[in-house]
Design a binder for this molecule. Structure first.
Ligand code: FES
Length: 174
């Protein structure tokens, strides 16, 4: 029973954030892309529930929302981790051995080409094409911070830093 109440509370909060975004955009279907972008910023991905809810709220077919969500590579229909490592796999970065960083991340986080998010939903690895900073190759973006001339050691140190910060935050909350 307690679990059901907690779940319902979480769902209400979940939709409250979507409602706020919809209201900010005047429930205007012409602003669908902007709405989905903002929703994804909050949840890191677009869930089935949220897509249906957005469609119903805007009074447009669910298929239209899916169409937009699947057309743009920027949108993700899969859950992502709290921290995202975006590794450039463009030519310049590839030549400068970006794969050695990728291999280290895979090994350290127990991930692979098919599984790019950790089970605890803490980390996601994404491969992206040229980030437009080839002079700094290999380039890696961790959350919002850009790291040029990145190395496997640097990526590993960043994981340590993030994990330490997360642990400190959890301790604070207890
Ligand atoms: S190829 Fe990586 S930034 Fe251009």
């Amino acid at each position: 029973m307690k679990e059901t109440i907690e779940k319902s509370k979480a769902m209400v909060q979940h939709l409250a954030a979507v409602n706020e975004i919809l209201a900010k955009n005047n429930h205007d279907p012409a602003r669908l892309i902007a709405i989905l972008q903002e929703v994804q910023e909050v949840y890191k991905y677009l869930s089935k529930d949220v897509i249906s809810y957005v469609a119903t709220s805007l009074d447009i077919p669910v298929a239209r929302v899916y169409g937009v969500a699947t057309f743009y590579a920027h949108f993700s229909l899969k859950p992502k981790g709290k921290h995202i490592f975006r590794l450039c796999d463009g030519t310049a970065c590839h030549v400068k051995k970006s794969h050695s960083i990728l291999n280290m991340l895979y090994k350290r986080l127990n991930l692979n080409d098919e599984k790019r998010t950790t089970d605890d939903m803490m980390f996601t690895i994404e491969l992206v094409s040229c980030l437009g900073a080839c002079g700094l190759a290999p380039v890696m973006v961790v959350d919002e911070a850009v790291h040029g001339q990145a190395t496997p050691e640097q990526a590993s140190a960043l994981i340590d830093e993030i994990m330490a910060a997360e642990a400190a935050q959890t301790e604070k909350a207890i």
